[in-house]
Write a protein that binds this ligand. Structure first.
Ligand code: SF4
Length: 410
């Protein structure tokens, strides 16, 4: 078994298309986010959409809560680099206006558009235009009748809400559907999705709603979404964070890459947690390296390690890494020393070598310089460090005797 990727078999679902992006079936799991600008502010919204797309967002959602928003959508949709979904609450007429504006998808909350004739008129229009709809159930805004029936927002109540909406869609022959059953409670949403996936093969949109600000919000969203993805459930995801939506897109993308569900797009920075051995401020160097790489599309694994005693060994599998030693940075490519640079140039050197590898490959990088020279210098630094500080494991018994002696002498 390949243990580098997630192990569950993905649950088969039907495939729909949100504009150019396939969702469900064997399509890659997509990342969604939502703009926080007024949709009527066309330029501001487009700016945010471009930033989201650069951070890995595949599909974007904008609220359509007033006629000015629908008018904004008519201008945003043709200029957006990714498909646009209109988010509808309460006013079914806004759904019709968004369809008229040319959106690639709708999101309806069955808890707050409840009149069957309204639901069916939106579904009929979407059917005629071939536009998919997400049935977006939220534990916090269920039909009061379902709260009464189940005594609260239970997984069963959420699944029934989705099924009721599907039945209305079915009456008008509309089946371009994806479904979400979100809750802010992770156990509740996980169970609701599990139950839902057992009764439908429509693609599922995963999310923990109102997860809150990072880092707690990131932890909650990841706990819920990753648990389900590891069970093979889920076709598209959204992190709902109280933060710049770019963070949502980035987190979604990073989660899929970490689970081996999407190919790496940007640098995967691994860094040691630092410890008393660290020769540099690992947190600062890692942050500066992260900032330097930014959104650059360099799909390499890059390691930042605080010392040369354990660093290179621990990060042997990284494409490129740097470890601090004796006030210098030891650069290594696939575990082999290629250069030793002053500490102040570590980040710069890391970016330069990463760009070189991305462009020319690892083999070319290993012949770019005389590696024996770098290896010799690195070995010298390592042994100087060991001489100065001692290797933990070596001479441990003698040291303990020394310590005991010092203590008993005082
Ligand atoms: S690489 Fe060195 S500094 Fe970093 S955690 Fe390991 S021993 Fe400590």
């Amino acid at each position: 078994m390949d243990v580098t990727t997630h192990s569950a078999t993905r649950r088969p679902t039907r495939q729909i298309h949100v504009g150019s992006v396939a969702v469900g079936g064997d399509a890659p799991i997509s990342v969604q986010s939502m703009t926080i600008t007024k949709t009527a502010d066309v330029e501001g919204t487009l700016q945010q959409i471009y930033a989201l797309a650069a951070a890995g967002c595949d599909i974007v959602r904008c609220t359509c809560n007033e006629i000015e928003a629908a008018e904004g959508l008519a201008q945003i949709v043709p200029r957006s680099p990714i498909p646009v979904i209109a988010d509808i609450h309460h006013q079914y007429k806004m759904a019709l206006a968004a369809l008229e504006a040319g959106v690639h998808g709708l999101r309806l909350n069955p808890g707050n558009i409840r009149r069957p004739e309204h639901i069916k008129s939106v579904a009929s229009e979407a059917r005629d235009r071939g536009v998919p709809i997400r049935i977006g159930v939220n534990a916090g805004s269920l039909d009061p009748a379902l709260y009464d029936k189940y005594g609260g927002p239970t997984p069963e109540a959420m699944v029934e809400s989705a099924q009721q909406e599907m039945a209305y869609f079915d009456e008008v022959g509309f089946d371009l559907i994806k479904i979400s059953v979100k809750a802010s409670s992770v156990p509740l949403m996980v169970e609701a999705y599990r139950q839902l996936s057992a009764v439908t093969d429509h693609p599922l949109h995963l999310g923990v709603t109102e997860a809150g600000p990072p880092p707690a919000g990131l932890v909650k969203a990841t706990a819920g979404i990753a648990t389900l993805l590891m069970e093979g459930i889920g076709d598209t995801i959204r992190y709902s964070l109280t933060a710049d939506p770019v963070e949502e897109a980035r987190a979604g993308r990073q989660l899929l890459e970490a689970l081996g569900l999407r190919e790496r797009k940007n640098v995967d920075l691994i860094a040691c947690p630092s410890c008393g051995r660290a020769e540099i401020d690992v947190i600062d160097v890692a942050k500066r390296a992260m900032d330097a790489f930014g959104e650059r599309e360099i799909p390499l694994q890059v390691a930042v390690m605080g010392c040369v005693v354990n660093g290179p060994g621990e990060a042997r599998e990284a494409d490129i890494g740097i470890a601090a030693g004796n006030k210098r940075g030891h650069l290594f490519v696939k575990g082999r020393n290629v250069a030793v640079v002053p500490e102040s140039e570590m980040v710069e050197a890391l970016v330069d070598w990463a760009e070189f590898i991305h462009e020319h490959g690892v083999e070319a990088a290993l012949t770019r310089v005389d590696t024996t020279l770098a290896e010799r210098e690195a070995a010298r630094d390592r042994s100087a460090l060991l001489d100065a500080k001692g290797a933990d494991a070596n001479h441990a018994t003698e040291r303990i005797v020394e310590i005991r002696k010092t203590v008993s002498d005082t």
